[in-house]
Ligand binder design. Structure first.
Ligand code: ADP
Ligand code: MG
Length: 352
């Protein structure tokens, strides 16, 4: 069993190495929830294979991604496919993992998860600490964790007691940083869980028609990694970003006005800026428009193909029929982020 696991991990690591610089897109379709208004008993998504799904809207549309997780796939099944990225971080690559989707589609479940069923944020740290222990004869690692949110194009330091403290992205020839961001040095898994949970608990949440406490901000957990090779005494640095994006729903469905409307406009702007960056990267464009939003400015040295960054987009889907139009938009966003020939998908319909 252990040998089989290790063979599978090697195989996955190879696949990931081959895809170096590529953006990978996984889709996760959550279960229909019992007793929730507007969630009727029929799903508009069929997961056909482990890399294909069918969206049954007015017309049926088939989509293909690197991986499709269905309603019965557990946090562990999802994480198994993500695990090699922990090794990538410790090998010196920058890694970005995003959860994308409309409010209520399962982004926070996937990244955070309930305390008794932790998501990617925690599973990847557990894996990182296990790898650090395995490598201790050859390398020493220092890990620093920061938690922040991007709200209305401003950064908020979620680990600082002073929420009014101004922090911003600084771009210099040596890289991107956020001076004054509170960073906590972590040496074990349990402490790290506490640090991240504390930060994420102070996220800015608002109310709109789609979900009572929908997140109107992008939350970003960063793990900065400094590796010292003890035989050569050289150090390398890398960063892991874990991003729970703001809800991708379009403005007209949320019925917002005033501050909430301003938020929605900025959210849409920053998500489309992210989509533009993905699309430029996957087409290997010479110009990648990182500077069009705060989030892409912050992440630019970790999204960059040239330095071998690994980018994983987890697109979350609410399968209820009422959400079909939003699901179509999310699947189109995901398709655009991938480097694939459009013919592969039977039909790609604009959701503008
Ligand atoms: P989002 O962060 O995208 O707004 P949530 O993660 O809060 O969405 O999920 C909305 C609801 O669906 C929550 O009640 C969550 O517990 C539930 N949920 C999401 N994904 C799953 C899943 N894979 N299995 C079981 N419940 C889920
Ligand atoms: Mg959420």
């Amino acid at each position: 069993r252990a040998a089989e696991d290790s063979r599978r991990i090697k195989e996955l690591t190879n696949i990931i190495q081959e895809l170096k610089g590529n953006i990978r897109v996984f889709v996760r379709v959550r279960p229909l929830l019992q007793g929730i208004e507007n969630e009727d008993a029929t799903s508009c998504i069929d997961c056909l294979k482990d890399d294909q799904l069918l969206l049954k809207n007015k017309i049926n549309t088939k989509f293909e991604f690197e991986k499709v997780f269905g309603p019965n796939d557990t946090q562990s099944v999802v994480f198994n496919e993500i695990k090699p990225l922990a090794t990538s971080l410790l090998d010196g690559f920058n890694v970005c993992i995003f959860a994308y989707g409309q409010t209520g589609s399962g982004k926070t479940h996937t990244m955070e998860g309930p305390a008794d069923d932790p998501g990617v944020n925690y599973k990847i740290l557990e894996e990182i600490f296990a790898n650090v222990a395995d490598r201790r004869d050859l390398f020493t690692y220092e890990l620093n964790v920061g938690v922040l949110e991007v709200y209305n194009e401003n950064l908020v330091d979620l680990l600082s007691d002073d929420k009014k403290k101004k922090i911003d992205v600084s771009i210099t020839p040596t890289g991107v940083s956020v001076p004054n961001l509170t960073l906590t040095t972590v040496t074990d898994y349990q402490t790290t869980v506490g640090v991240i949970r504390k930060g994420l608990r102070s996220r800015n949440v608002g109310k709109n028609n789609l979900n009572e406490a929908s997140s109107r901000s992008h939350s970003v957990t960063v793990v900065q990694c400094t590796c010292t090779n003890m035989s050569t005494n050289t150090t390398t640095t890398s960063k892991l970003y874990l991003v729970d994006l703001a809800g991708s729903e379009r403005l007209k469905r949320t019925g917002t006005s005033g501050d909430r409307e301003k938020e929605s406009v900025l959210i849409n702007k920053s998500l489309s800026a992210l989509g533009d960056v993905f699309s430029a990267l996957s087409q290997k464009s010479l110009h990648v428009p990182y500077r069009n939003s705060k989030l892409t400015s912050l992440l630019q040295d970790s999204l960059n193909n040239e330095n071998g960054s690994k980018v994983l987009m987890l697109v979350n889907i609410n399968p209820c029929v009422e959400s079909a139009p939003e699901s179509l938009c999310s699947l189109n966003f995901a398709t655009r982020a991938r480097q694939i020939e459009l013919e592969k998908n039977k039909k790609v319909i604009s959701c503008k």
